[in-house]
Design a protein around this ligand. Structure first.
Ligand SMILES: NC(=O)c1ccc[n+]([C@@H]2O[C@H](COP(=O)([O-])OP(=O)(O)OC[C@H]3O[C@@H](n4cnc5c(N)ncnc54)[C@H](OP(=O)(O)O)[C@@H]3O)[C@@H](O)[C@H]2O)c1
Length: 271
């Protein structure tokens, strides 16, 4: 199955669909899920230190036998490790745990108050040292980005935040686009909470797809990178099978009107 790529503002190519890895109760299934995803053709892996499974992810990458250049590996610095020196230290641990020599993308996980500027400086250092092919942020809304722009030497390549019809903030998408920052949507499936929604089901049936596939495709239609998570091979395959249909403008609008601020994670506006 061919997954399209997009080009980031620094010329680096990033697959538009990857595998999410936040699975606190399924840690023993993570290694196999990464192996399955890589075998099925996924190349973007969305890791993070706080997911506490980077060793398993690293083992899977090694066992896959794929060349490093074929992969796009992301990780994130957690809130407790923010600050200049501690970000560099956290990055070093992540790299060792993953068994890699560089990352394709390193993100600030949450815009925690107080240490955002020093943390971005550390990200720039890692980028200059070519330890990360690109750097970015996560859960940054416009006010956090505007603050970052004042002191930054490097513009974030990616901003990862929650994106589904139920958590759709078009003004944030537009702001990132205007500033050349690629949006990466997380929790595209709303963790399955909306799978029985009658309107979603009606639209999905119309395209002969599941509600999960419809939600993944919705992110793709918006031009976002998307990272649905599953530890199950058949469901990983189902979530990837979204490149043989497109959602009409009318249905995109119908889905956008489902916004009810349902979030699986915190609201960045509270940071
Ligand atoms: N930057 C951040 O702050 C942040 C926050 C949250 C998430 N993320 C990232 O985004 C990724 C995705 O978000 P998420 O994991 O929160 O939620 P999600 O991808 O919206 O949903 C994952 C849930 O849906 C189930 N599922 C997946 N495919 C399915 C299918 N086809 N049919 C039925 N159930 C299905 C999974 O169960 P099974 O695994 O059992 O299939 C899991 O319970 C995370 O894993 C993480 O990498 C980032």
């Amino acid at each position: 199955m061919h997954i399209p790529s997009i080009t980031l503002n620094n010329g680096i190519s990033m697959p538009q669909l990857g595998l999410g890895l936040y699975a606190p109760k399924q840690q023993d299934e993570i290694k196999q899920s990464v192996l399955d995803a890589l075998d099925l053709g996924i190349r973007l892996i969305d890791s993070a230190a706080i997911y506490a499974n980077e060793i398993q992810v690293g083992e899977a990458i090694k066992e896959s036998g794929l060349s490093r250049k074929e992969l796009f590996v992301t990780s994130k610095v957690w809130m407790d490790d923010m600050g200049y020196d501690s970000t560099l230290k956290a990055f070093d641990k992540t790299l060792k745990d993953l068994g890699l020599e560089y990352l394709d993308l390193y993100l600030i996980h949450w815009p925690k108050d107080g240490q955002r500027k020093e943390t971005w400086k550390a990200m720039e250092t890692l980028y200059e040292q070519k330890l990360c092919r690109s750097i970015g942020v996560s859960n940054y809304y416009q006010k956090h980005l505007e603050e970052l722009f004042v002191k930054a030497n490097v513009c974030p390549a990616v901003n990862q935040f929650e994106l589904s019809p139920f958590c759709y903030m078009p003004e944030e998408l537009a702001f990132n686009k205007a500033n050349t920052i690629q949006v990466e949507g997380y929790a595209p499936l709303v963790r399955g909470w909306k799978k029985d929604d009658p309107v979603l089901n009606e639209i999905a049936n119309h395209y002969g797809k599941s509600t999960f596939q419809l939600l993944v495709r919705w992110n793709i239609e918006l031009g976002a990178v998307t990272i649905p998570k599953s530890v199950n091979r058949a469901r990983i395959q189902e979530n990837m099978d979204v490149f043989d249909f497109s959602i009409s403008e009318e249905d995109m609008e119908r889905m956008a009107s489902m916004y009810d601020n349902t979030r699986v994670a915190w609201d960045p506006r509270d940071f």
